[in-house]
Design a protein around this ligand. Structure first.
Ligand code: ATP
Ligand code: MG
Length: 328
């Protein structure tokens, strides 16, 4: 099986968008790839966050990933900071990346534009090097990414090629895998904006996996639609309805055609109730498993075991790099 790796930053509460666009795919991938998944808590401190919030987000995300169906027997699942080697390797990469390369990263440009030099921390600038280390330390073949991370994977490839050329073969060159079933779930209150876990203004338009299911149903029922009464997939003219169809389709396995036939001649209330029902069922199941993992403490055991497996590989790789560079 080919190796695949993915990390998620604990920068907020997981949303239904994260579930449909990412986590659900991993549940499928765990049978097709040798999968490594980690919670990127070191990346979360590039922006200010309280220790309580960071701890809670990290643990919640860990438990939710498992509650959503990741099987710790199949997946190596761990927390980034438990494997010290990532940060060690990122220092090596800091010394092999150029200012110009990092300055070109569009995420850095976007984020730094809003800040001035005395309020922007260096971590925000160098985090692509940590990301490269997160990846290259495990020699994965595939990195599933959204559009926004493609440039960072390109940089990761450049670093791997550069190091291999300079010091001799040491890294596999990873390939970005841009998800084909790239359902992008939009905000329920503003369907032109993506549902996003770090968007604090988005509560009304955003369904969190740990929302009370009743509240989630309410959010669906008050989702922005249009003035027709026609359940039809048309992202340009009917973004609200199309978004609800994406959600319904993803959770029921039905195609847009099937959904249109199912709700032909019905008003939006009927359709929204059906979407709300399936969201409630999904959240209720996930939350039951989440509660059990947290209450039993089983989640701690899962990520500690995962870190032992990950560390064995990461440690070997780091020492190989150290030897090639003459550090050892
Ligand atoms: P942030 O606001 O911190 O960027 P996010 O919700 O956009 O949070 P990411 O950490 O950027 O989440 O992405 C995690 C995974 O979830 C990625 O694979 C991304 O493609 C997927 N994802 C994020 N938001 C959505 C969405 N609205 N619809 C579908 N997939 C999504
Ligand atoms: Mg994002």
């Amino acid at each position: 099986m080919d190796r695949m790796l993915s990390g998620i930053k604990p920068s907020g509460k997981l949303t239904l968008g994260n579930y449909i666009g990412a986590i659900r795919n991993f549940v499928k991938y765990q049978d097709e790839y040798e999968l490594y998944i980690f919670i990127a808590n070191l990346h979360a401190i590039t922006v200010p966050v309280s220790k309580e919030e960071l701890r809670k987000n990290t643990k919640d995300i860990a438990a939710l990933y498992i509650a959503c169906g990741l099987d710790p027997k199949k997946v190596t699942f761990f927390i980034q900071s438990d494997v010290l080697e990532h940060a060690n390797l990122s220092w090596i990469f800091n010394c092999h990346t150029y200012m110009g390369e990092l300055k070109r990263m569009t995420q850095f440009k976007d984020k730094s534009q809003k800040l001035n030099d005395s309020s922007i921390n260096v971590g925000l600038f160098t985090y692509p090097d940590l990301m490269a280390a997160d990846i290259l330390i495990y020699d994965p073949k595939y990195i599933p990414v959204g559009e926004d991370q493609k440039q960072h994977v390109e940089l990761t490839r450049d670093i791997a090629i550069r190091m291999n050329n300079k010091y001799g073969e040491m890294f596999t060159i990873p390939e970005p895998l841009v998800a084909s079933e790239g359902a992008r779930i939009m905000s329920l209150s503003n369907p032109s904006k993506k549902m996003s876990k770090s968007d604090e203004t988005g509560d009304k338009g955003c369904i969190y996996l740990l929302d009370d299911p009743k509240l989630a149903a309410k959010k669906i029922m008050s989702a922005v639609t249009d003035s027709e009464a026609n359940v039809k997939y048309d992202v340009t003219n009917k973004p609200g309805i199309s978004n609800l169809m994406e959600i319904y389709g993803a959770l029921s396995g039905k195609t847009n055609q099937e959904i249109e036939a199912e709700f032909k001649g019905q008003n939006y209330g009927v359709f929204k109730s059906a979407v709300a029902d399936i969201v409630v069922t999904t959240l209720t199941e996930i939350q039951a498993k989440y509660k059990q993992l947290m209450a039993s403490g089983e989640i701690n055991e899962i990520y500690q075991q995962g870190a032992i497996k990950a560390r064995a590989i990461a440690n070997q790789k780091l020492h190989k790099v150290y030897r090639k560079l003459g550090i050892e």
